[in-house]
Structures are given as C-alpha cells and as structure tokens.
Design a protein around this ligand. Structure first.
Ligand SMILES: Nc1nc2c(ncn2[C@@H]2O[C@H](COP(=O)(O)OP(=O)(O)OP(=O)(O)O)[C@@H](O)[C@H]2O)c(=O)[nH]1
Length: 186
C-alpha cells in the first residue's frame, strides 16, 4: 500500500508554563482552542501531516511541561535537541499576540533575541489562529532544507521506495527516551 507520507519529523515545543504550548499544538493539529490552563504533565504529543514543496511530511510534535517540577522527565525526551547543536532547526515564538494590552515582551525585543540566536521569529495567537500554520510550516521547511541531500528524489513518483519513507511512527505508543533509536530531525 502506498505510504501516507514521505518523511517523518519530530518537533518539540519548549517554554515556560502557561505561555500556550498546548494551545498552539491543539490549534495547529485540531483547529481547537481551550481557554482553560491544564498544565501538561511530563510530555504529550500529537501528529499532523502537511505537504511542503511537494513532500508529504508527517510531523510528530512533542508538547513538554513548562513547570519546573517536570523538568527531569521532559529533559529526557529532548536531550538530543537540548543544547540546539548544529543541525537542530529552531524558531522563536511569542504567543498570545491577541492580548496586546497585556504584552510582556516588545515585538522588537523578540526579534532581537531571535536574531541573536539565529532564529526566525513569529508572534502567534492560538486564540485567533494568527501565524500558527505559518510558524509550523516554516520550521518544517527549515528541517527539509537542512536535510536536502537525503530528501533528493522525494518529489518523484519513485519516492515511496526511498529508505527515508521507511521511518514509521508508532502512533499509539510514544517511544520512551531510553529506547528511541530512530532518526530524530528537530
Ligand atoms: N489570549 C490567549 N490566551 C492563550 C493563548 N494561548 C494560550 N492561551 C491561554 O493560556 C493558558 C495556558 O495555555 P497552555 O497551552 O495550557 O499553556 P502551556 O504552555 O502548555 O502550559 P504548561 O503545560 O503548564 O507548560 C490557557 O488558559 C490558554 O487558554 C493565546 O494565543 N491567546
């Protein structure tokens, strides 16, 4: 049977508790917004398939708890992306852009910080659906660009045969940090 996607990526959301990581994810994957704050415990993930530049990309997005008390658990999950080594693609998001009157960080300040770390910067709102698709798509593009060589040929009909497409996700069972052996592109 033909594959539903060409390649699988893992992306990770990190940030302080309450900034809206879970809401960003729910808006992106299910187009939903929840006004209550139910803190993530440890980690959770959701999947979505998007097409970028002719490539069907299955994205597995990990949502981590922002609360400090879960840090020991969450760090286990993102240890390979932790110090953002070369090759790890990242963007900076300032969420809750709809709450202008409660703004904590100036747009220029966010842009400046992103520039310092060589990241793209997006102001988003999970509430109004501002820049949600755009930011996740941009990050996906960056990962695709970083893996251009391995992806050559994916746009052709023969793509299903490529080894990259063999990277299966196990939707029911998130891999534990210790037994994760698949390639992780963040
Ligand atoms: N106005 C507004 N509120 C938002 C937005 N995104 C999230 N919120 C609210 O902010 C609160 C926290 O959102 P969460 O998505 O649960 O935050 P989180 O970063 O996942 O929090 P932890 O799981 O504790 O790390 C909730 O009450 C959301 O409704 C947004 O874009 N605009």
């Amino acid at each position: 049977m033909a594959k539903q996607y060409d390649v699988l990526f893992r992306l990770l959301l990190i940030g302080d508790s309450g900034v809206g990581k879970t809401c960003l994810l729910c808006r992106f994957t299910d187009n939903e917004f929840h006004s209550s704050h139910i803190s993530t415990i440890g980690v959770d993930f959701k999947m979505k398939t998007i097409e970028v530049d002719g490539i069907k990309v299955r994205i597995q997005i990990w949502d981590t708890a922002g609360q400090e008390r879960y840090q020991t658990i969450t760090k286990q999950y993102y240890r390979r992306a932790q110090y953002a080594p070369e090759g790890v693609q990242k963007i900076l998001i300032g969420n809750k852009a709809d709450e202008e009157q409660k703004r904590q960080v100036g747009r220029e300040q966010g842009q400046q910080l992103a520039k310092e770390y060589g990241m793209d910067f997006y102001e988003t709102s999970a509430c109004t659906n501002l820049n949600i698709k755009e930011s996740f798509t941009r990050l996906t593009e960056l990962v695709l660009q970083a893996h251009r060589k391995e992806l050559e040929g994916l746009r052709t009909p023969a793509s299903n045969e490529l080894a990259l497409a063999e990277m299966e996700e196990d939707e029911g069972k998130p891999e534990g940090p210790e037994n994760s052996s698949k390639t992780c592109w963040c």
